[in-house]
Write a protein that binds this ligand. Sequence first.
Ligand code: PMP
Length: 880
Amino acid sequence: MNVTHEPPVKKILYWCDRCNVPLIGRTCACGADGREIELLQPYDVRPALAADMALIKNLIRERFGNVPVQTVLLLNKTGGVDRADLVIAHGHRFGWLSFDPVTRKYSFDLSPEALPYILKHITTGILDLETGIEHGQGQGRMGGKKFRLKTPHPDGTAIVKLKNRFGTGTVRDGQVRVRELAPVEPRTGKNPDWAQVVQQNRYHLKNLERNAVRMIRQHVHDRPVCNVSFSGGKDSTAVLTLAKKAGVTDAFFLDTGIEFPETVAFVRSQGVPVIEKAGDFFAAAEKAGPPGKDNRWCCKLLKLRPLKLHLAEVGPCVTVQGNRWYESWNRASLEETSQNPANPLQLNISPIRNWRALEVFLYLWWQKAEINPLYERGIERIGCYVCPSMLESEYEDLRAMHPDYARRWDAFLSAYAKKRGLPDAFHRWGLWRWKALPPKMRELCRDRGIPVRDDYTLQAEPPAGREETVEIAGEITMEPDMAAQEPGGYDVDAIRRDFPILADIIYLDNAATSFSPEPVIAAMVEFEHRYRANVGRGVHRLTSIASHRYWHAHEKVAEFIGGKNGVTVFTKNTTESVNMVAQGLVWKTGDRVITTILEHHSNLLPWRRLARQGVATDSIGISPDYTLDLAALERAITESTRLVAVTQASNVLGVVTPVREIARICHGRGVLLLVDGAQAVPHLPVDVEELGCDFYCFSGHKMAGPTGTGVLWMKEPCIEPLVLGGGMVETVTADGYTPAQGYQQYEAGTPNIAGGIGLGVAVDYLQAIGMDRIHRYETDLTSRLIEMLSKNDRVRVYAPKDPAHRIGVVSFTVDGFHPHEVAQQIDEAADIMVRSGHHCCQPLVESLGLPGGTVRASLAFYNTRQEIDLLVATLDELTR
Ligand code: PMP
């Protein structure tokens, strides 16, 4: 069931014209009914505080002289390039306050509705259209038209008059655009202060408080402990006040390490314990680059992980938090209680989720609660001072307030941009705040001639094709962007759009199983929705569609591995494929099988089991550089050797084995060769005929295909089918049967039809990108990973040196940590998924002297450099 509901957000506000105050409910304490005022999305109206008032007054004074401004002004945030607020006075639109991130200046555009209140006070800045515009223009209707000015007038908002009619206009480049002209009836209104606003709203505030306190009381005992998550901002101050009334006294503040000092001082003044468990933001940024609104790696490092560590000490708890619907779209669906999937210990309750900022401030003023002083100083978003969600206008305030803090971040940003050849605007206009620029920013770039790439990232200068590597802060080298390097561009961002699951996690366990792109999933859903039927049986329409597509998937897979001349059988996985060969060949006592120390248990145990039939297994070792000892393999082959079973790429060390040479040796000695291609097919172009093997086994689920899919390719169908039954026979007589030809004889029973069809689509998908390109891309990522990991002297990497001998599977250990501990901690810290342990290769990890196994990061074609950098940064943090 798909239930999408909009929360009952309040899109209007009320105004008591008698008292001239805003009302959060319909009626005023004076008894009058309020007038409805429509708000603008996201409807989070708030009071103008000291710095806002000073700013607005100054901007008005600069243009129009000493005009009195109401004490009670409201700000309604609206969509803009940066800060953009509708200013409300007297319950009417008064003007628009906005900040231009390019000129770094504020402007105030007066609204025509302000004129009745201010006109009589205006001493300057009125443009008389009768005398001020060039002759012959002022005819007929003037609203919406542009006129050339006779004398220069500063650009920006203007009041225009024509005889007894007034209006507003905008001056630009010696012309004025007139909005509308009308007679203005002067008006006055009371000028109450905020204390009066609180008074007139006291019944509504009482109501809000009662409901919120009741909600907290309802949930206080849902878990053994109840606390308040305090951020130092207004919302959590309100929640702290409410929670205290509900009898909750515990609170905590997670210090991200990049907090405004005023916030930390305020938190301490409130007696709230400060938890200092955050990672080092600046060290991580050196590696991962600046965070973005669409790339919030910082939250994991600075908030989620510290929270997890804190909760591990606190145990199961109810946490009262100050999240509100109006803050952002992803909070708009917030329920009364919510279970954070990342922190199952914690049940969050949001008692003020339906409050707007106005309600919050009024409540705090009513309660005479102390409020973080930053609000009065113009900072609306309390939190990290380098947060990508901050406005550039606020960042400008930081520069004035804490020049030393801003200087550090400015230096980082400008060095980062310079090293990558990014335009100045990346730093100066705050474009670093997005990885992919949103429409407004793209428009800004287009207007100012800043090139933006197709994936909406900023274009580096000089564009594509640079060879040099660049250094950041003298520590880490980073190559120019991959998309710029690859001929035709390897558009990893476009690929990632097909894998929505990647949005929230960093998945580096692809050797275990990889994700399927949307087209694969769509193909499986299509099978279910449109033509689900059995295959190879019957003649009706659905079965013939299903049979054809399932057969076609075999063809596509065969072609993908260059195996059209052999038999391509769909299995469950590599393990089943190997077992089918081990059990399907006819053995005689004394036969021998050669495997290697690199083998996965799946390419070891099926052969070991043959010991019962008198078939012994020999194992070949590796050289100190982790490559297979080919000479030893050649020596080990005797007259009795029937088969060599070898992996093409190790799932622990990433080392690639010389399969072609092994095939040459085997064939010269009349020995069969089985290759385990589970880790090769997803990463390398594979051609089984060129390799010269007899059997090739691999898994569909490791190469973007569905789970439950695998493949056994055979040069000749020389094995006995393991399973007999329906679907695998040509004819069955009273006392015998004739098996079907081709793959069918090895696929008895109803197969995984949707999976097989999905696997065919996965192959199409990989082919569309190109296995050569995937290989080159992953080789680059792997080298980067190994290089960066090797710089940490507490990390040991087990990988062949030569990039030509390895795939993107990288094992390492971290001194002082068990591999499981590392995997768990980096998951908790940064949502990074890696495998730990012996990886079903116990003989190998033990031969390496690592009984606890290794940590293994295994890459896929959809991983990014940034993910690698974040893994390294998280490990550096762990070992610091
Ligand atoms: N061989 C290798 C080299 C592998 O990496 C794996 C999976 N880790 C397997 C075999 C077994 O694959 P499956 O679980 O799909 O049978």
